[in-house]
Write a protein that binds this ligand. Sequence first.
Ligand SMILES: *[C@@H]1O[C@H](CO)[C@@H](O)[C@H](O)[C@H]1NC(C)=O
Ligand SMILES: *[C@@H]1O[C@H](CO)[C@@H](O)[C@H](O)[C@H]1NC(C)=O
Ligand SMILES: *[C@@H]1O[C@H](CO)[C@@H](O)[C@H](O)[C@H]1NC(C)=O
Ligand SMILES: *[C@@H]1O[C@H](CO)[C@@H](O)[C@H](O)[C@H]1NC(C)=O
Length: 392
Amino acid sequence: MKASQAWRLGIGDLQIMPAPRHRPHLKRPMWIIVLVSLVSMFLIGAYIYPSRGFAACYIFSSRGCKSFSEWLPPTPARELTDDELASHVFIKDILKMTPLQSRNPKIAFMFLTPGTLPFEKLWDMFFRGHEGRFSIYVHASREKPVHVSRYFVDRDIRSEKVVWGKISMVDAERRLLANALRDPDNQHFVLLSDSCVPLHTFDYVYNYLLDTNISFIDCFEDPGPHGSGRYSELMLPEVEKKAFRKGAQWFSMKRQHAIIVIADNLYYTKFKLYCKPGMEGRNCYADEHYLPTLFHMVDPAGIANWSVTHVDWSEGKWHPKSYRAKDVSYQLLKNITSIDQSLHVTSDERKEVQIRPCLWNGMQRPCYLFARKFYPETVDNLLQIFSNYTMK
Ligand SMILES: *[C@@H]1O[C@H](CO)[C@@H](O)[C@H](O)[C@H]1NC(C)=O
Ligand SMILES: *[C@@H]1O[C@H](CO)[C@@H](O)[C@H](O)[C@H]1NC(C)=O
Ligand SMILES: *[C@@H]1O[C@H](CO)[C@@H](O)[C@H](O)[C@H]1NC(C)=O
Ligand SMILES: *[C@@H]1O[C@H](CO)[C@@H](O)[C@H](O)[C@H]1NC(C)=O
């Protein structure tokens, strides 16, 4: 923080110095030239050696340098392993690439479900009239789904068994992404479950996801037993404890991030081997930690840190609140769509509540496009009020 202040100051000062093409007039007193060169040498020095910028901070920052330790050189950089180096180079290049420009950008809706989707009729209503702007992929891990909507017919992908909390969950997510990436028009990828319902019109969702360049991946630091407590040092050296993050599985991500996910083998393998239920007496769930940790490490500014899928944990139980038919009302849906702050609670004894505004391109906006968990019995109520609650 302080180093970057000194750094910025250095650059700014350099810029307001006389540009070289106006060569200093010889008549000018020599001491000015000497002073200017001394100052610029100092500033260049502070720029090149920001971590040693203690003197710079001492001179230029009146707010002071509270802690000397901040100015100690950072611990010497670890030498990267071959895989890590390759992975860093690859990810950096992907992130710098301008995304494939599509004349007809689409959103991929990827459903992760055990079998038949109870809300297909509702989704049918949501998609109707927007043909050509979305693609659907269904990963049914237990039984072949029966489809009632023409948009879902023939959209099942090859699936494998998924065990809750195990790496097979992440494998299914990657399988969905790989299938959806085959269509170059797919620019944004949304993961949904069988208990998810849409909260807005298609147009609203389409613009919300495509008119920004970030991915909505839930991510926060939880120092408690259900967060960093699940970390295993066997993940070293590539994944350090301080980088370990947590977040809900239900992501939406841009194309570059989707490519990174299916290409990553290094970090994926760490989580596959060392983040699993019953690991060293702890339960680690790869689907809650792999993507948040990966993107926190490789592109922290590229993710929103909240998920666009709402879920209500406020009851403080093992499972989130699940809505019954009697719970579903216009008011409930309106309540959910009006939330514009994300909330995370740590699992340590402090139970710290972290509240952040949901910033979309810098503006505070409602956080959620979808919600879970709804029991299948709610479908009729939802169908009845869908066009009402999605109205502005
Ligand atoms: C997103 O776009 C904004 C403005 O166009 C830019 O400042 C920002 O760096 C971009 N972020 C990412 C992660 O590409
Ligand atoms: C998400 O959190 C990281 C810190 O973990 C931060 O650097 C980044 O700016 C946040 N993303 C947004 C969009 O605010
Ligand atoms: C909606 O929110 C209001 C205010 O927070 C609350 O009083 C009300 O009970 C909520 N209604 C439903 C149906 O959730
Ligand atoms: C939508 O639902 C609300 C609350 O039940 C009701 O007041 C309103 O009249 C409804 N609007 C339409 C267009 O049905």
